[in-house]
Design a protein around this ligand. Structure first.
Ligand code: CNA
Length: 290
């Protein structure tokens, strides 16, 4: 009821109205759903952007199809392409973007309920967001384990091996070690399912830098209460694809009172929102300090 009353105050679906909604209501349970688009400015390619995305640049790995590089069955047959890519993308060389710091600023304002991220680059942790605020829905490079006996691996060694183009092997059984990122064909981490109930509490949903094409993550946009406002900040309109199994649709509600769209670069988008909220200097300071 509270969310209904609050969203009724959205005059129309614009980023300005979202800013007013934040200012005029006791918003404190914001959920941010993020994807690879929030890390492209740091130099990590996303999957699906035309030309720059990974899926358009995997020719050298000679894959049967692009997604194979993250397919668990393919990995078990031929792990080398994944490891070559892991070497290129290994955390340590990349720094959080303004969008990461905007999410942290939301937390410092006591407004962030949770950041559900699909990213595996650990930039949320590196920008100083509390681990408790993060749900790494597709796991991350922070830990790794044996594909045979499940034993957790020593990350120093995993990193050492990957950066030298060696396959990391389990110290106990010599099985192949894999970073704990979720491949196609694997279950999502337990924490993802445990925190799904957060969506019932959301008083604002901000979706940033994702094509909303990977399930079950994408469908979560419909898990917030019916009257909770939603803002999409993305280079292109996402979430408009229908499949027989996933009938979600973000686009059709644009123009009504609930959903706002900020098309373009996400760092510029969060700057605009921060500016409307009077947080621009704070955001700049946070970003420059780190
Ligand atoms: P995606 O399918 O590649 O979509 C990225 C989206 O972000 C697209 O809609 C782009 O238009 C948009 N985008 C790109 N750059 C910007 C920008 N600067 N500002 C605004 N929008 C931008 O990636 P998703 O995250 O939707 O797909 C889920 C996959 C991607 C997850 O399983 C991830 O593990 C995987 N992934 C993660 C990383 C990472 O950790 N940084 C990198 C590449 C892929």
């Amino acid at each position: 009821v509270k969310a209904k009353a609050a969203s009724a105050k959205l005059e129309n679906a614009t980023v300005e109205s979202i800013a007013k909604y934040i200012q005029n209501n006791d918003v404190k349970n914001v959920i941010v759903m993020s994807g690879a688009g929030i890390s492209t400015a740091s130099g990590i390619p996303d999957f699906r952007s035309k030309k720059t995305g990974l899926y358009d640049n995997l020719q050298k790995f000679d894959l049967p199809y692009a997604e194979a590089i993250f397919d668990i069955d393919y990995f078990q047959e031929r792990p080398e392409p994944f490891y070559a890519l892991a070497k290129e993308l290994y955390p340590g060389k990349y720094y959080p973007t303004k969008t990461h710091y905007f999410i942290r600023l939301l937390h410092e304002k006591n407004m962030l309920l949770r950041n559900f991220t699909q990213n595996i680059d650990t930039l949320e942790r590196i920008c100083g967001l509390d681990e408790d605020k993060i749900v790494e829905a597709h796991g991350s490079f922070a830990t790794a384990s044996c594909t045979e006996c499940d034993q957790e691996a020593d990350m120093e060694n995993v990193k050492y091996q990957i950066l030298r183009s060696h396959l990391p092997r389990c110290s106990a059984c010599k099985g192949l070690i894999k970073p704990d990122i979720t491949f196609f064909g694997e279950n999502l981490p337990k924490r993802f399912f445990k925190r799904l109930s957060d969506f019932d509490e959301a008083d604002l949903l901000i979706v940033i830098g994702t094509s909303l094409q990977v399930q079950p993550f994408a469908a979560l946009i419909d898990n917030v209460p019916e009257y909770t406002p939603r803002l999409l900040i993305n280079m292109d309109i996402a979430g408009v694809h229908h499949t027989p199994h996933h009938g979600f649709d973000f686009k059709w509600k644009y123009g009504k009172k609930r959903d706002a769209l900020l098309l373009g670069d996400c760092d510029e988008g969060v700057e605009k929102l921060a500016d409307l909220l009077g947080w621009k200097d704070e955001l700049d300071r946070l970003y420059e300090k780190e």
